[in-house]
Ligand binder design. Structure first.
Ligand code: NAP
Length: 264
């Protein structure tokens, strides 16, 4: 078993959840190129991805080289494959949870590359769509908020996008159950949903920080890439259910040494 993108936040969680897996970081396999000669595997957990949503608007071809080309190269190994896709394949126009049969219609370059990457995975693949990932490593919202919260009294956070913040530890564990399902697309995201501002408030509360959250609009924040206003994911196909996002947050903070019950 191989984990690609093993330096990333989900990659690291998978390496822990699947102790026998061979971890390949970008240095060991840059997935924009075919697999290194002689690489053998019976299963590929393919997490390597271009995840810079705003950067994909500036360099859509670079993003596609990783998110589409990389999946093609993983699929070319000819063994079963798990690829992770994103809630950003949806446009966010719904106000009830997105299920697997809903039509994808990405708003931005990142979402388009992820959707094309799904198609590139081929027939022998589980495509796991998840959302708003956070964990104890890499660049993610929880780590950014902890840094900002330690520096400032108030942080402005977007309040008009709603999704399911998903802890990579829970997603990695659930991957074991996904492997028991037929190949296909599955929605696997944390229970519950919230806005980024709600999430930030919960982070500060759980971490014991007094930082205030100023709720702002997407327009006020002014990110380069458009993002869905609503991207809650649920499964209509019996995908594994994850714990609530707040439980994931607590686990992540404990791991970071920032939450209640963390070592002093
Ligand atoms: N993050 C989210 O909120 C989110 C939400 C839904 C779905 N997903 C999907 O979940 C999967 C895992 O995401 P993540 O949050 O774990 O991302 P991440 O922390 O950014 O990790 C991605 C990893 O891929 C590596 N990578 C980038 N380009 C590569 C290349 N050409 N060859 C090999 N490795 C390369 C990165 O290495 P460097 O650090 O060297 O760039 C990084 O280690 C991705 O498919 C992502 O699209 C993410």
């Amino acid at each position: 078993m191989i984990v690609t993108g093993a330096g990333g936040q989900l990659g690291q969680a998978l390496v822990e959840a699947f102790p026998g897996a061979r971890a390949l970081t970008r240095a060991e396999w840059d997935v924009t190129h075919p697999a290194p000669a002689g690489l053998e595997a019976d299963l590929v957990l393919h997490t390597a991805a271009w995840t810079d949503v705003d950067g994909a608007e500036d360099d859509p071809q670079g993003a596609a080289a990783v998110n589409v080309g990389g999946v093609q190269h993983a699929a070319a190994l000819g063994v079963p494959l798990v690829v992770w896709s994103s809630d950003y394949v949806f446009d966010g126009a719904k106000r009830t949870p997105y299920v697997e049969s809903d039509a994808a219609s990405p708003l931005g370059a990142y979402g388009r590359t992820k959707l094309h990457g799904e198609a590139a995975a081929g027939e022998q693949a589980w495509v796991v769509r998840s959302s708003w990932l956070f964990g104890w490593t890499s660049k993610n919202f929880v780590r950014t908020m902890l840094r900002l919260g330690a520096e400032r009294d108030e942080v402005a956070v977007v309040d008009d996008q709603r999704g399911c913040p998903t802890y990579v530890g829970h997603l990695a564990e659930a991957t074991k159950d996904v492997l028991g399902l037929p190949y296909g697309v599955y929605h696997v995201a944390a229970q519950g949903d919230c806005s980024w501002a709600d999430f930030a408030e919960a982070i500060f509360e759980e971490a014991g920080l007094a930082t205030r959250v100023r709720r702002i609009s997407t327009a006020e924040f002014g990110a380069r890439a458009p993002r869905p206003a609503y991207s809650v994911l649920r499964s209509e196909k019996g995908a594994p259910e994850l714990p609530h996002w707040r439980e994931g947050l607590r686990e992540c903070l404990r791991r970071l040494g920032a939450g209640e019950g963390a070592p002093a």
